[in-house]
Ligand binder design. Structure first.
Ligand code: NAD
Length: 358
C-alpha cells in the first residue's frame, strides 16, 4: 500500500527549500522507486494570513492521517508583533503536540568537504557523527503549574515545573537505545541528577532498561559537563539522549560544531506520526532571494525515507547525491569558500537531482 506524506512549506525560505525537496520526490516517483500520496497544507504565518490561525484544524487532521509530515520553516518579522497565541511558532509547537511527537532526532555530522566551516579546529570536528535524541513533548516546556504571578508585596514570581513520568522517559529512551544499537552502540544519557529529582528519576529509568539492550554501552553525564565535552572532544559521543530543555540547548551546540546550519536535518517521531524538517528557521534575512541552502531540507527527506518509509536505500542514495555535489565544489552562499562554485537554491536542488542517478 502506498504511503502518504503531507508537505507544509510554511514561511520565508521554507517555501523555497520545499520546492527543491519536491524535485527530489518527483525524481524518485518518476523512476518508480517510491509511490507516495502527496498533499500540501498551511502552517505558520502564511496560514495566519490566509485563515487567521497558524495551525488550521485542517492541517492537524491531514497531518494525523499522513504517514509523515515534511515541514519547511515558520516565522518572520511580519508576524513578530502578533499575540503569542497566534504567532507562527505556535503552529510548530501545536503540531508537535497534536501528533504527540515525543522523540526528536538531531544528527550532527561533519561533511568532510565542509570541515573548515566549523569555528572549531578541523582536527577536532573531523569525523563527528553524533545523534542527539531529545525528549520533545514533556519536561519543563509543558509542565504545570507555570506562569507569572504578582504577590501581595508587589513582587512578581515567574515559575515553571520540570515534570517527567516514567513512561515518558521509557518511550524516548527506548528509541535512543534502538538507534544506538544500529550505530556504534554507545548511548550517553545526559541529566542533572545531582540537583534535580526529576532527572534523578530519568537516570534510574534509563539504567533500569539497560538489560534489554546488552549490545549498547550506557554512560551518564551531567548536562554542564556534556556541554563542555561537546566542545572539548565531540568525537567521544555516538548517541546522546536527554530531556527537552537540555536537548534543546545541546542539540544546537552539537549542530553548530559542524558550522553549517543549512546542512542539518531533523526528525520528530511519535508512535503513529513523524515530522521531518531542517533545524534552521525561515531565515527572513535571505528569504525571497533564491540563495538559501536547500540541503538540510533535502537531507530531511532522506531521514524520512530511513525512519518512516522503510526505504533506507533511498535515504542512502540522497545522502550520496549530496556528497557528490559537495565533492563537485557546488556551494550555496552560507557554505561557500574561495575557489568553490557559488550556486543558488534552485541550482543546488537541480544538482542533487542530477547526482541521484547511480
Ligand atoms: P534562522 O535559522 O532562520 O536563521 C539564522 C541565520 O542562519 C540567518 O542568518 C539565516 O540567513 C541563516 N540560515 C538559516 N537557514 C539557512 C539556509 N537554509 N541557508 C542559508 N542560510 C540559512 O533563525 P532566526 O533568524 O533566529 O529565526 C528566524 C525566524 O525563524 C524566526 O521567526 C524564528 O522564530 C523562526 N524559527 C523557526 C524554526 C522552525 O520553523 N523550525 C526554527 C528556528 C527559528
Amino acid at each position: 500500500m502506498s504511503k502518504s506524506i503531507l508537505l507544509l512549506p510554511g514561511d520565508g525560505i521554507g517555501q523555497e527549500i520545499m520546492a527543491e525537496a519536491v524535485k527530489v520526490l518527483d525524481w524518485m516517483q518518476a523512476q518508480g522507486l517510491t509511490s507516495l500520496q502527496r498533499s500540501e497544507g498551511l502552517i505558520g504565518g502564511t496560514a495566519y494570513d490566509q485563515v487567521g490561525t497558524p495551525l488550521p484544524a485542517q492541517t492537524v487532521t491531514a497531518a494525523k492521517a499522513a504517514d509523515a509530515v515534511l515541514l519547511g520553516a515558520v516565522g518572520g518579522v511580519k508576524w513578530e508583533s502578533l499575540d503569542y497565541a497566534v504567532r507562527p511558532e505556535r503552529g510548530l509547537l501545536g503540531i508537535r503536540k497534536a501528533l504527540d511527537l515525543y522523540c526528536n532526532l538531531r544528527p550532527a555530522q561533519v561533511f568532510p568537504q565542509l570541515a573548515n566551516a566549523s569555528t572549531l579546529k578541523p582536527e577536532v570536528v573531523a569525523g563527528i557523527d553524533i545523534m542527539v535524541v531529545r525528549e520533545l513533548s514533556s519536561g519543563i516546556y509543558f509542565g504545570e503549574p507555570r506562569g507569572v504571578e504578582t504577590l501581595p508585596d508587589g513582587r512578581q514570581k515567574g515559575f515553571n515545573t520540570l515534570v517527567y513520568y516514567t513512561d515518558e522517559i521509557q518511550r524516548v529512551a527506548r528509541r535512543a537505545y534502538e538507534i544506538a544499537g544500529k550505530r556504534q552502540g554507545r548511548l550517553c544519557s545526559v541529566d542533572k541528577a545531582n540537583v534535580l529529582e526529576s532527572t534523578e528519576l530519568w537516570r534510574k529509568t534509563v539504567i533500569a532498561m539497560a538489560a534489554d539492550y546488552p549490545h549498547v554501552a550506557l554512560s551518564h553525564m551531567y548536562v554542564d559537563n556534556a556541554a563542555m565535552q561537546l566542545i572539548r572532544n565531540p568525537r567521544q559521543f555516538d548517541v546522546i539522549v536527554t530531556t527537552n530543555l537540555f536537548g534543546d540547548i545541546l542539540s544546537d551546540e552539537a549542530s553548530m560544531l559542524t558550522g553549517s546550519i543549512g546542512m542539518l536535518p531533523s526528525a520528530s517521531l511519535g508512535d503513529r506520526s513523524a515530522l521531518y524538517e531542517p533545524i534552521h528557521g525561515s531565515a527572513p534575512d535571505i528569504a525571497g532571494q533564491g540563495v538559501a541552502n536547500p540541503l538540510a531540507m533535502i537531507l530531511s527527506v532522506a531521514m524520512m525515507f530511513r525512519y518512516t518509509l522503510d526505504q533506507p536505500a533511498l535515504a542512502d542514495r540522497i545522502e550520496r547525491a549530496v556528497n557528490r555535489v559537495l565533492d563537485a565544489g557546488l556551494r550555496t552562499a552560507d557554505i561557500w569558500q574561495t575557489g568553490m562554485n557559488k550556486v543558488g537554491t534552485a541550482a543546488m536542488g537541480d544538482a542533487v537531482v542530477a547526482a541521484l542517478t547511480d
